[in-house]
Design a protein around this ligand. Structure first.
Ligand SMILES: [Zn+2]
Ligand SMILES: [Zn+2]
Length: 247
């Protein structure tokens, strides 16, 4: 299984990267986590002849802005989109005229499935729980090919993130804030918070992405996080766009 970080910036694109999207290539499926501008790179990696799944965490624009590029894809087995309750109405408003080609007129079938909190077989197992964020945001725990990947993006310190990441092979979470920085009015994680969640959950590896574009202005700023914290968390990955992890 391969995990490729297509977009690793939080908030907006800069030369350090695109906004959030992650590609998981499992044995039978191609799975995309969020649709920031990074999603436009997915067709560099996949052949589009396998069932494709897209999970939307929430509707802040850095997680959905890339949806207008779906029209260039040719998913031969269609695309299934998953999100929290209310996803269909919101996406059909955003991915619509006059902004872009509506989901119903893409050149392949698209279905939207709204997931209640809890565990679902879709056909692989996914568990979803709400995180701490100004807008409702889902974290996902995916079990694929005997591995667990947890995706908790856009959250403050949060018990549900620990629950979703329990014993995970890989926890992907956010790093919106610099070390020591806090933002109680608009919850995000600094590297210490992310490591704390990963340690409490006994996650084997931790990948940080969603580096706030306004505070992580250069890739050197991210490298500094790797240097400062790799001893505290030996499985730490500081993601950059187009980094692939083999699992
Ligand atoms: Zn975000
Ligand atoms: Zn957000």
């Amino acid at each position: 299984m391969k995990v490729t970080f297509l977009g690793t910036n939080g908030w907006y694109d800069t030369w350090t990267g695109n906004t959030c999207s992650v590609l998981i290539q499992a044995k039978e499926y191609d799975i995309i986590l969020d649709a920031g501008n990074g999603i436009a790179k997915a067709d560099h990696y996949i052949t589009q002849d396998r069932p494709a799944f897209l999970f939307i965490s929430h509707f802040h624009i850095d997680h959905i802005v890339g949806l207008h590029t779906l029209v260039k894809f040719r998913f031969q087995k269609g695309l299934k989109i998953f999100g929290q309750v209310g996803t269909a109405a919101i996406l059909n408003t955003f991915v619509a005229e006059p902004f872009t080609v509506p989901l119903t007129r893409l050149p392949y079938p698209v279905s939207i499935m709204e997931l209640e909190e809890g565990e679902h077989a879709i056909p692989f197992t996914v568990e979803c729980l709400p995180l701490v964020h100004p807008a409702p945001c889902y974290g996902y725990r995916l079990t694929l090919d005997g591995r667990v990947v947890t995706y908790c993006i856009d959250t403050g310190i949060c018990d549900n993130a620990v629950t979703l990441a329990r014993d995970a092979d890989l926890l992907i979470t956010e790093c919106g804030l610099k070390p020591g920085q806090e933002s109680p009015g608009w919850p995000h994680l600094n590297p210490e918070n992310a490591i704390d969640i990963a340690q409490k959950a006994h996650a084997k590896r931790l990948a940080l992405m969603h580096f706030g574009a306004e505070v992580y202005r250069t890739l050197d700023d991210r490298c500094a996080v790797q240097k400062q914290f790799e001893k505290a968390y030996p499985g730490l990955v500081v993601a950059t766009d187009d980094l692939t992890i083999d699992m």
